[in-house]
Design a protein around this ligand. Structure first.
Ligand code: XMP
Length: 327
């Protein structure tokens, strides 16, 4: 039997009871597969890897070794949340690698979006390999592969885990407990495993993260501006009932300055662009009609609270003609 094919009889996991049944089955299957061996897992904090981590912790506890690589392009509070949830609350064996400086140095001066992605992807593998080399006796690699990844790679649309993905030549046997699940099922399972809602229901976030939201060559100054403005946008969307309703929303800070006035003096600073889109499959997307008063309030907060920014723009372009990300 092809074990990458979802059986037609497999029931869609829509309830906590079905999720618990799935978890029990997978815990048994993982224990059967790895016995008392160790499993290594790259834990990004995204939905899929977080659910796999929680499931494997339940199955094999300290025999799971999670590696969280902070590449410096994560959103505000993300690395802290990974440490809090997995190390402090779930007692995971978690290695935290702060590689931010290393990544930022690598992409310094790089303006081409695809080159940026490539450098970040390669560096990620290097950092992970270095961590793996420090550990001995690990023969299994956990992965957050889900069913759409398998379907898309079969159709040649994308390779499995194209960003933050790990090469097959690591020579380890894969442990992929959610590979037959659709995204909505992964979320139901994550909730049943006790993961927090803002981890389970979080919006899509690209592997190269804020690196693709600082169009042009990345600087620490613009990276900080995008991180802070994104945190304000998320806070305001949450407060105003838009979290979970709008499919994806974020800010970006292009490499362009314009003239303004701050504290009665000329300012020559960057601008923040807000993007908020709705879609079902990310192939086409429409623009969320954010209430004007909220846009005004967010603009006010960003221009007063974010260093080095004197303007805010709202991108009204659907996909097509724009893509969701600017890079
Ligand atoms: P675009 O910009 O192509 O984005 O309209 C469609 C969806 O894909 C996400 N995206 C990425 N995800 N690595 C990822 O893992 C990437 O390099 C990447 N680029 C875009 C984007 O956030 C949106 O959800």
């Amino acid at each position: 039997m092809d074990n990458n094919k979802r059986p037609e009889t497999m029931e869609r996991i829509t309830t906590p009871a079905l999720a618990l049944k799935f978890i029990d089955e997978q815990v048994a299957a993982v224990r059967e597969q790895v016995k008392d061996g160790k499993v290594l897992l790259a834990l990004s904090g995204g939905v899929d890897s977080s659910v796999v981590a929680a499931l494997l912790i339940k199955a094999i506890g300290q025999n799971l070794v999670c590696v969280h690589v902070n590449h410096g392009f994560l959103r505000k509070g993300e690395p802290e949340q990974v440490i809090e949830v997995f190390r402090n609350q779930m007692n995971a064996n978690l290695i935290y690698v702060d590689a931010a400086d290393r990544f930022i140095d690598k992409v310094a001066g790089v303006t081409d979006p695809e080159e940026k992605r490539h450098i970040i992807g390669e560096e990620f593998i290097k950092v992970f390999d270095e961590e793996a080399a420090k550990l001995t006796g690990i023969h299994f690699l956990g992965q957050g592969t889900i069913y759409p990844d398998i379907l898309e790679s079969e159709k040649g649309i994308k390779a499995h885990h194209n960003v933050g993905g790990l090469p097959a030549e690591m020579g380890m046997e894969l442990v992929e407990p959610v590979k037959l699940l659709y995204k909505d099922e992964v979320r139901v399972v994550g909730k049943a495993l006790g993961l927090p809602d803002n981890m389970v229901y979080r919006q899509p976030f690209p592997g190269p993260g804020l690196a693709v939201r600082t169009p042009g060559a990345i600087t620490r100054e613009r990276l900080e501006a995008v991180r802070e403005s994104d945190a304000i946008l998320r806070e305001e969307f949450e407060k105003n009932g838009l979290q979970g309703k709008v499919w994806q929303y974020f800010t970006l800070v292009p490499d362009f300055k314009s003239t303004g006035i701050k504290d009665g003096k000329r300012s020559f600073e960057y601008f923040v662009v807000i993007r908020a889109v709705n879609t079902t499959d990310a192939i086409e997307a429409s623009i969320e009609e954010i209430p004007y008063s909220l846009l005004k309030h967010i603009t006010e907060r960003i221009t007063h609270e974010v260093k080095g920014v004197n303007r805010v723009l709202y991108d009204l372009t659907p996909k097509p003609t724009g893509t969701i990300e600017w890079e």
